[in-house]
Design a protein. Structure first.
Lengths: 566, 571
């Protein structure tokens, strides 16, 4: 995670100019707060000097005390504004960053994304975007503060007392120097520990998924022992990281504290010998902790930076993914569906190669008549899904021609093309929302009658009637759970609702029991009239629904295997 | 509050480390306060002595200043180390504890909780519970340990100063954070809700990307995702404002304290009630003393977070076992006769009939097949036989003892199940097999794999039994995985073997080879075969069909049991 890879840093730096205004505001407010700190120390020293040395009474210094109180208020207000401006900087960037990544994801497309685990992309989108916030809200303002305030204090103190100035000058650069040195060591260890954490968490997930198995084999105590050992070795490893990580804090603490002690003692002696005024001595002593404070804050800010870099790395990785999907050349220029009737398809010598080793298509040629229902079969990797991806514009062919009703695919506007298609994947996604909104996916004003009819045609109406709130029941990840077969029929209802002339069905009855399978087959039969259907089908029963079967092998049309029954 | 006490009581075994951590932290803070106070007193005394032309003993205070500064430095380092050691020990034990509780409740009592949810509780929630000590208990106790003695000491000579200082500290450390917490409670809830919504919308956007591209050209889903994101950022902005306010409170009160002390202290010095050098001492001490409450705002903020996590963890840990273990279990010896005696079972709240008045005896060595479509209750029968569930009426009786008198662990030594959803763990093939029996010999492994018809495949792999499988290993096809799981179950060589759809995903030829080999290799074992296929039925002693929750005996002749290897179904 937290390695300072140059791509991650570049990524963050590229976004930085968008927050120039709030960052500048943060810096100015930080500067004002610094000036107030110096002013506050000066006033306090002056008041005490007058009272203790010059023996003045309260009422003669009362004006100064009021001024001191105002300075305190101004200082706090300025640092409040600085902190808020830091967050405003993050706010100026995060929404735009998120939109940019979502657009990137669109360009990569489902085929491109399938090479990465869903969790990885989601965590980049959700936590990754959120994770870069500290870089803008904390690290950048803190860096500015650490650069300005100590220099300012040094400039004020040095003319008053060169010895203290020298002490500041010598210790200050040592602090970041040691911190960077120790930080590097901690970073390497940190990475190793991160790996260990991930392994441990993978181990835990495995154990949680296999709980019933663990229990059936009486393996519980053994696993508990393993969990205890994993947790304990994680503790030992973490402590090893922390012992070093805390060294940087120790260094800081050491220089800051010891130099305050030295300055106090040295000032004390010069005061005793009459070589310095009490006011100047006290002023310097009061400023000494403030001199080191921003440098210490850098320690925390550095952590924020490492965290943000870890997140940025994931975002940068997402950004470099190849863009496979067909770009949306004319968004929303065509609204109505292009195809009114079941279309005919021709595919001529289409080649498609994926980055990496995945096989695509190697010169596939086939034709589907208007209104035909064709099953596509073949071993995995034969190119069945690639065919669908091409038709939907999730990948683009390297060569060859695809025509829909004689019109070249690439000349059909992407939006219009996609509006003409209904697609039912192997496991349809249920989106968080009502049953009705899932069936009328993408329709802002679902037509209740059409939804009901679509549900009937997909043979899911009775199941929906049995749900707590019928069509208004919320389903999806956090809603009412539906089985695989039920999700499949919601997918089919989507196709009926959309009423598109071209239907692409991927493996509609994998992993289903016979009863559900029969229901779905009935529903597919109802879908056939007036539409062109392509069905990816392994099972003979499913192929029997089609007018004919096209067998694919190694990216082109092949021969039916000898034992194929349908 | 109860939750918090329970959390504290869980920390008891690590009380030694924790007390040490609090003490070290208090020492470090006290050294800081003493360093600042002594410095202020020292330079003022030196200045006044210099002006008066007097000499003074500067060795002691100068040595004290050096001593305090070293103590503070070392103390801060030790504080961090000891504090983390205490917490990590606490957390490590807590994780193993929670795992034990989860395993105890599994599987029946965890119905409806996903593995991901359990993982979150085991990882994230336990990690949050570590904050209970590090962020809440430790800073508050350590701060008190420093502040209270100082205030008491001050109250003796300067009661007004002690009162003002105490009030300011309480306001900055506790008052302001608590008020802020109350104000922002709604925002915190909105942020949590929006985070969850955003995450699930993101998952949908990625998993359902193809469908959204096709069905949702107007980007309605995208709009709602951005909406969640905006709602989250707005709530976080309000929370950040509260935090900025809280961050400002401590220096504000500290420095206002200085101003108030000046107003009280200057007349006192002039009246002679306060030695002159003690005024700067008090002022510097005041500012330093606010360091003792610096961690309190975060402590206050963490309380609801920690409690929410603790509740989630306890919620799982307190799940009752579906079948309580007896205090004094009866022993279990093979040979075994298993009797489902007029047993009724229905999942609470489930639709449908469940199992009704089911009566079945499985004698030693007997082979019984139960046919039924998926959802007919076959897997429930297996879960009942493993004592994962308890029947609502009737009983399961093993060798004359009611299941309730038997220990689940003893029982499962003799009864092995190949379940439909058995899990392949991330690890080697060998590791997965040894899961069933850690002491199994290589010969036994090979024998089990041979019977399950998976040995040739394993031997053909370059790394053989040491091939990695599972989530982070080589993907096995459905049929391969099924046979590996079968081999694992067979490895236990149980007295009663329950096979739930053992040949799912196998071609007809392998299917019958598997059944023949299993029966040949386990001649003495009783067998309960749960299936909707016809392979192996010819060898069964009795065949039943599970219909509407009841067993219906059927004769072999009524079934078209295939002679040769042919793919067919029992419906």
């Amino acid at each position: 995670m937290a390695s300072s890879s140059p791509q991650a840093l570049d990524f963050l730096k590229r976004w930085r100019p968008r927050a120039r205004k709030p960052l500048t505001r943060a810096m100015i407010a930080g500067g004002i707060s610094g000036i107030m700190i110096v002013g506050q120390a000066w006033l306090l020293a002056m008041i005490l000097h007058r009272v203790l040395v010059e023996k003045q009474a309260l009422d003669t210094v009362l004006g100064l005390i009021v001024l001191l109180a105002l300075t305190v208020l101004a200082r706090i207000l300025a640092s409040y504004i600085a902190e808020r401006s830091g967050f405003a900087a993050a706010l100026a960037i995060l929404p735009k960053l998120r939109s940019a990544l979502l657009e990137k994801v669109d360009r990569v497309g489902p085929v491109g994304l399938s090479t990465r685990p869903t969790g990885e992309v989601v965590s980049a989108l959700a936590e990754g975007v959120r994770g870069v916030e500290p870089f803008f809200s904390r690290y950048l303002p803190a860096t500015a503060q650490a650069a300005m305030l100590p220099l300012g204090i040094l400039a004020v103190v040095a003319p008053l007392d060169w010895i203290s100035g020298l002490a500041f000058l010598i210790t200050a650069p040592l602090i970041p120097f040691f911190m960077v040195l120790i930080g590097k060591g901690a970073e390497a260890l940190n990475q190793r520990q991160w790996l260990k954490l991930q392994r441990m968490s993978g181990h835990f997930l495995d154990a949680m998924q296999g709980l019933a198995t663990i229990k059936a084999f009486n393996a519980g105590p053994r696993m508990q022992q393993a969990v205890a050992e994993a947790a304990d070795s994680y503790r030992l490893e973490t402590m090893r990281v922390l012992r070093i990580a805390f060294l940087s804090a120790l260094t800081l603490e050491f220089f800051a504290t010891v130099s305050i002690a030295i300055i106090a003692v040295l000032i004390g002696f010069r005061l005793l010998w009459g070589e310095m005024s009490y006011q100047h001595g006290l002023f310097i002593l009061l400023l000494a902790p403030e001199f080191y404070l921003p440098l210490r804050a850098m320690g925390t800010a550095y952590h924020a930076r490492m965290e943000a870099l870890g997140a940025a790395e994931r975002l940068a990785a997402l950004e470099t993914m190849p863009e496979l999907a067909r770009p949306d050349e004319m968004p929303a220029s065509m609204t109505g569906p292009l195809l009114r009737h079941a279309p005919a398809l021709t595919i001529e010598d289409v080649h498609l190669a994926y980055p990496g080793e995945r096989t695509g298509l190697t010169g596939i040629t086939l034709a589907v008549a208007a209104g035909e229902c064709v099953a596509i079969a073949g071993p995995s990797g034969a190119g069945k899904s690639s065919l669908f991806s091409l038709l939907m514009g999730f990948v683009m062919p390297d060569s060859g021609a695809i025509r829909i009703d004689g019109q070249a695919l690439e000349t059909i506007p992407l939006a219009a093309l996609r509006r003409s298609i209904a697609y039912i994947p192997q496991q349809p996604t249920l989106f968080t929302g009502t049953v009705a909104s899932n069936i009328a996916l993408g329709d802002g004003n679902p037509d209740a009658d059409r939804v009901r009819r679509a549900a009937e045609q997909a043979r899911i109406d009775q199941r929906i009637a049995g749900l707590p709130k019928g069509f208004s029941t919320v389903i999806g990840a956090s809603g009412h759970a539906l089985s695989g077969g039920e999700a499949q029929r919601i997918g089919l209802a989507r196709a009926f609702y959309r009423n598109a002339p071209l239907v692409l069905l991927d493996e509609p009855t994998a992993h289903l029991d016979p009863e559900t399978e029969a229901l779905i087959h009935g529903s597919i039969r109802a879908l056939k009239p007036g539409r062109t259907l392509l069905i990816i089908a392994h099972r003979g029963e499913t192929r029997a629904l089609a007018d004919r079967t096209i067998w694919l092998d190694a990216g082109r049309v092949g021969l039916a295997p000898a034992d194929a029954s349908a | 509050m109860m939750t918090f006490w329970r959390l504290l009581s869980l920390m008891r075994p690590h009380a030694g480390w924790m007390v040490l951590a609090v003490f070290v932290s208090a020492v470090a803070t006290a050294a800081h306060v003493a360093l600042m106070a002594t410095s202020g007193w020292f330079i003022t005394s030196m200045a006044l002595a210099g002006l008066a032309g007097l000499s003074m003993n500067y060795f002691t205070p100068a040595a004290m200043i050096r001593g305090f500064s070293i103590l503070r430095t070392a103390g801060r380092y030790a504080e961090r180390l000891v504090g983390h050691e205490a917490t990590l020990r606490f957390v490590a034990r807590l994780r193993a504890w929670l795992f034990g509780r989860i395993e105890r409740a599994a599987p029946a009592s965890l119905e409806g909780i996903s593995a991901g949810d359990l993982l979150t509780r085991l990882r994230v929630d336990i990690d949050r519970m570590e904050l209970a000590f590090l962020r809440i208990v430790a800073p508050i106790l350590a701060g008190m340990l420093v502040i209270l003695p100082v205030l008491i000491w001050l109250a003796i000579s300067q009661p007004l100063v002690a009162f003002v200082l105490g009030a300011l500290l309480a306001c900055a450390g506790m008052g302001v954070p608590i008020v802020l917490l109350a104000i922002h409670r709604r925002d915190a809830a909105i942020a949590a809700e929006a985070t969850a919504d955003l995450n699930s919308a993101s998952v949908e956007a990625i998993e359902g990307q193809a469908e959204l591209a096709i069905y949702d050209p107007e980007g309605l889903h995208r709009k709602s995702l951005i909406g969640h994101s905006d709602r989250l950022l707005a709530a976080e902005d309000r929370l950040a404002r509260g935090q900025a306010f809280g961050n400002a409170a401590i220096p504000l009160f500290a420095h206002l304290g200085v101003v108030i002390l000046l107003v009280i202290g200057i007349p006192a010095v002039q009246a002679g009630g306060l030695p002159p050098a003690e005024l700067p001492m008090l002022l510097l001490m005041t500012v330093a003393l606010f360091d003792a409450v610096a961690g309190w705002p975060l402590a206050v903020q963490s309380v609801p977070v920690v409690l929410a996590s603790a509740r989630r963890v306890f919620g799982i840990a307190d799940r009752e076992q579906a079948v309580p273990e007896p205090a004094q279990p009866e022993p279990v010896f093979a040979p075994l006769t298993l009797h489902f005696s007029n047993m009724c079972f229905r999942y609470p709240g489930a639709a449908g009939e469940g199992l009704r008045d089911l009566d079945l005896v499985l004698k030693p060595g007997q082979r019984i097949a139960i046919l039924g479509a998926s959802g007919s209750g076959k897997s429930t029968l297996a879960a009942l036989a493993l004592r994962f569930l308890a029947p609502q009426h009737g009983a399961l009786v093993l060798n004359g003892h009611d299941y309730r008198q038997l220990s689940g662990e003893h029982l499962r030594k003799h009864i092995a199940l190949l379940a439909q959803n058995d899990h392949i763990f991330s690890g080697t093939i060998r590791g997965n097999l040894l899961f069933a029996d850690p002491d199994a010999s290589d010969v036994a492994l090979e024998q089990a794999c041979r019977t399950a018809q998976i040995l040739p495949l394993i031997e053909s792999l370059p790394e053989g039994f040491d091939t990695w499988v599972g989530a982070h290993g080589r993907a096995l096809s459905g049929g391969e995985a099924r046979r590996l799981l079968l081999a694992r179950t067979l490895l236990r060589r149980p007295a009663i073997l329950i096979l739930d759809e053992p040949t799912e995903g196998l071609d007809a030829e392998t299917e019958s080879a598997v059944m023949v080999a299993v029966l040949a290799d386990h001649p003495e074992a009783s067998l309960l075969l749960l299936t909707h296929r016809l392979a192996g039925l010819a060898e069964m002693d009795e065949i039943f069909r599970l219909e509407a929750g009841q067993l219906v005996a059927i004769s072999k002749h009524s079934l078209a049991i295939p002679e040769g290897p042919r793919h067919s179904r029992a419906d």
